[in-house]
Design a protein around this ligand. Structure first.
Ligand code: OOB
Length: 543
């Protein structure tokens, strides 16, 4: 058995000189994420913080609930710096649990509800997590069953805490605790160092298994508050968490954290369909939310048949994948609100169109960098800067962009330049105004409606199938998703059906959103001059 290591082991910090500069220039303020809630609760204790069907939770109430949760977690023996896997959906408990964990100085590893055994086991083992926070069930999926399996595979996991009913009735969940039963009163909470790791986000993935992105309090507070400023959030705003709350976009761009920092209210919807989301917008008088392009398209069309009152909505943020210009032009007339394009990444850099930008820029670009301290380079295949306005790979460095993935030294050697620029894998052009147009990508991922699927990871799983000799995953153009996932297989015997492959991958514990949409047979996979699988040729022959 490996012995547990400290949370900073395998963390790549900002270089001292850069940290000094970011502090000196006022980007890093020394506040923690827990302070964001604390300060608003002090200034506006009786204002609504979280809105739900069950009622309103004020800032004073949320603040007190977070403290009780923090004391309860510490009383269980979870220590500051320990990692816990948080896999909670868009429910009000997400906010209480998140702030409880943060207040205790415990580090949440923010996984998505769609993640399954393969991802959770990997992330729990990599982070040496000691606890796992889950809902009881969601739809027909029982997270207690998943936790039972994960607990057997990952010995560091000592606690499973369930938002809902901890007892599945089979006896297998013995020792699982109800999350709300943990809360208790206490005196003082540990000091949290703002330069320390606050949260770990899961990367959309470029190669192999998902990577962890450790974000510090200093950098993530800046991420959320600077985003709130760009979106011109005020205490009167109501933010609807439409995308999964654990994702960087709804969490901190400005999302839940930016709204709490500003003193607005946060609402949640488990269901992003127009029917459910529009009802939530009407009920809670939502003014801001963020969606992926397929949802923007669907919502724009749905105003024709849904008759909810959307008059409170002032800003729709769209990001996660490229929004086609035709769809960008539909949003404002249909939803009668301002459109904002967002090109971001869990690794850090965020680009936003500004609310007063020329409309043509809003419809045709993916925004410009959030911070004056964001450094961008656009380079050719040899790493040389391209001429202004030309296409190249986007490299970036700045006050809220990671300097290395957590516990991934080999990958970091490739993913970063020697002087600390992150290689995004995205192809962009930069206009004289600073706005970026995302024109493609060189990393081997499929962007399926804003969800990134690492081709390497999917191929690994496919190769484990007894009939599969070679496998390649490619994204093919799709009118609503942007890209759909196609797998091309060289097999012995009969080609498995798409249904069989999905069952096979599901049994291997792969997240649902990574399952392919199409399956094709090939006698051999085309290869490039250097002997790599020629994805370009595959895409061309299977489109
Ligand atoms: C957001 O974050 P991730 O980490 O799930 O995915 C990042 C990748 C980018 O590197 C890019 O390839 C793609 O997703 N992407 C876009 C895009 N926004 C993200 N590609 C084209 N146009 C866009 N507008 O997806 C994310 C994080 C924070 C805010 C918004 C999105």
């Amino acid at each position: 058995m490996t012995s547990a290591t400290g949370h900073r082991d395998g963390y790549v910090p900002f270089p001292e000189a850069a940290a000094r500069e970011y502090r000196g220039a006022g980007y890093w303020t020394g506040r923690t994420l827990g302070d964001l809630l604390r300060d608003t609760a002090r200034n506006r204790p009786h204002r609504p913080a979280v809105l739900s069907d069950a009622g309103t939770r004020t800032y004073a109430e949320l603040d007190a609930a977070a403290d009780r949760m923090a004391h309860g977690l510490l009383a269980l023996g979870i220590a500051p710096g320990d990692r816990v896997i948080v896999q909670l959906p868009n429910i009000p408990e997400f906010a209480t649990a998140l702030f409880g964990v943060l207040r205790a100085g415990i580090i949440p590893v923010l996984t998505l509800p769609a993640h399954r055994r393969a991802e959770i086991e990997h992330l729990a083992a990599l982070s040496e997590a000691v606890a796992y926070l889950i809902p009881d069930r969601l739809g027909d999926f029982d997270y207690r069953e998943l936790a039972t399996t994960v607990r057997q595979a990952v010995p560091s996991l000592r606690h499973v805490l369930v938002a809902g009913d901890p007892d599945q009735g089979s006896g297998a969940t013995a020792g699982f605790l109800a999350l709300d039963s943990v809360a208790r009163e206490g005196d003082s909470l540990p000091e949290v160092d703002p330069s320390d790791i606050a949260v770990m986000l899961v990367s959309g993935g470029t190669t192999g298994l998902p990577k962890l992105i450790a974000r510090t309090h200093d950098d993530y507070v800046y991420n959320a508050t600077a985003s709130a400023a760009v979106c011109e959030l005020t205490p009167d705003d109501v933010y609807l968490t439409t995308l999964p709350a654990a994702h960087n976009f709804p969490l901190a761009c400005p999302g839940i954290l930016g709204t709490i920092a500003t003193g607005g209210a946060v609402a949640f919807t488990l269901d992003p369909s127009p029917e459910a989301a529009f009802a939530a917008i009407e009920r809670h008088r939502v003014s801001v939310t963020g969606v992926v392009p397929p949802l923007a398209q669907l919502w724009s069309a749905a105003v024709d048949w849904e008759d909810a009152d959307l008059s409170s909505l002032r800003l729709l943020q769209v990001g996660g994948a490229r929004l086609a210009e035709v769809n960008a032009r539909e949003v404002e007339p249909a939803l009668e609100c301002t459109l904002q394009q967002v090109f971001g990444m869990a690794e850090g850099l965020l680009n936003y169109t500004r609310l007063d930008d020329d409309k043509e820029l809003v419809y045709t670009t993916q925004g410009r960098p959030l911070s004056p301290a964001d450094e961008l380079r656009v380079v050719d295949a040899d790493g040389n800067d391209v001429a202004e306005g030309e296409e190249g790979e986007l490299l970036t460095r700045g006050p809220y962009t990671l300097r290395g993935y957590y516990r991934a030294p080999e990958h970091n050697a490739r993913a970063f330049t020697a002087d600390g620029f992150y290689r995004s894998g995205d192809l962009v052009r930069q206009l004289p105004s600073g706005h970026l147009v995302v024109s493609g990508r060189i990393k081997d991922v499929i962007n399926r409606g804003g969800e990134n699927i690492s081709c390497d990871e999917l191929e690994e799983h496919l190769l484990a199938h007894p009939a599969v000799r070679h496998a390649a995953a490619v994204g093919l153009p799709d009118a609503s998703l942007g890209e759909k996932a196609c797998v091309v297989l060289v097999v012995t015997g009969e080609l498995p059906t798409l249904g069989e492959i999905k069952v096979f991958l599901t049994e291997r514990g792969l997240a649902t959103y990574k399952l392919p949409d199409l399956i094709r047979r090939a006698d051999a996979l085309p290869i490039t001059a250097v002997g790599k699988i020629d994805k370009k040729a595959l895409r061309a022959s299977h489109s």
